[in-house]
Ligand binder design. Structure first.
Ligand SMILES: Cc1cc2nc3c(=O)[nH]c(=O)nc-3n(C[C@H](O)[C@H](O)[C@H](O)COP(=O)(O)OP(=O)(O)OC[C@H]3O[C@@H](n4cnc5c(N)ncnc54)[C@H](O)[C@@H]3O)c2cc1C
Length: 221
């Protein structure tokens, strides 16, 4: 089903990541971690649909999306970057992404963190955050978003990682077995990874090499 909703607010979180606050349709429910197909009702965009993940919670009076914009792709996110409050967008019914298997390690590359935002917020509401940790990989400090909230949710179990620069308060490196071995003690727990395809393949291969069971690794692109 296609559901038109109005954009209420657009905030710039980094140079290329925006948070969209959308009107919430009546009787529209979803779970933390679910995504939707997103469309714009314009003739030039009629064949373009992009999946995005809700980053807000089902209890909020609005819907929230957090989107990285790629103007050079000349696709959906180039247009998302140009949206203004009052514009109408079209969303689908929600669909599942991450399957939770219990407390574990969340490993995200860039906006791959979006399903984890809603899941971690929901775990906080449910009093189930202890035992979870987040490794949030970005290229540079300028790419990191929502750091204060992740820190407030997870404290010392939030680990921002920069791959292209070194800075105080950040781990430094690319995802690899060496990196994960140096920073995670227990590989017999659930792992959740989401991000660009190459990133999640590298995470999964490294985890398996370190003894994690494939059935305990949830991979999302
Ligand atoms: C289930 C799911 C949930 C997701 N949730 C989120 C989310 O919450 N937030 C988020 O930010 N993203 C999310 N994504 C990723 C998001 O859907 C894509 O980033 C988005 O669709 C990209 O749209 P686009 O039209 O701008 O670019 P694309 O669809 O990547 O590309 C449009 C066109 O540009 C061309 N192109 C592709 N790559 C390049 C390149 N490197 N240089 C130049 N041209 C190129 C291609 O020919 C393509 O036809 C999710 C993905 C999935 C599968």
């Amino acid at each position: 089903m296609e559901i038109p909703v109005t954009l209420l607010r657009k905030e710039q979180l980094t140079h290329d990541v925006v948070r969209l606050t959308l009107q919430r349709p009546k009787n529209y429910d979803f779970f933390a971690g679910q995504a939707i197909d997103f469309r714009l009702d314009r003739p030039e965009m009629k064949d373009k649909v992009s999946p995005f993940t809700f980053t807000g919670l089902n209890t909020a009076d609005h819907l929230e999306l957090t989107i990285k914009c790629y103007p050079s792709h000349h696709g959906m996110t180039e247009q998302v970057a140009k949206l203004q409050a009052g514009d109408e967008v079209i969303i689908s019914e929600p669909f599942d992404t991450v399957a939770l298997k219990g407390p574990g390690v969340f490993i995200a590359g860039g906006t791959g963190v979006t399903p984890f935002i809603a899941i971690l917020r929901q775990l906080k509401v449910d009093g189930k955050l202890p035992g979870n940790s987040l490794f949030f990989f970005n290229k540079t400090r300028a790419d990191v978003f929502m750091q204060d909230e992740f820190r407030s949710l997870l404290g010392k179990d939030f680990h921002p990682v920069l791959s292209n620069e070194s800075a105080d308060g950040y781990l430094n490196g690319m995802v690899s077995a060496d990196f994960l071995k140096a920073n995670i003690g227990n590989f017999k727990q659930p792992f959740y990874t989401c991000g660009p395809e190459g990133f999640v393949h590298a995470v999964k291969a490294a985890l398996v090499q370190l003894g994690a069971s494939e059935s305990m690794i949830d991979v999302q692109f």
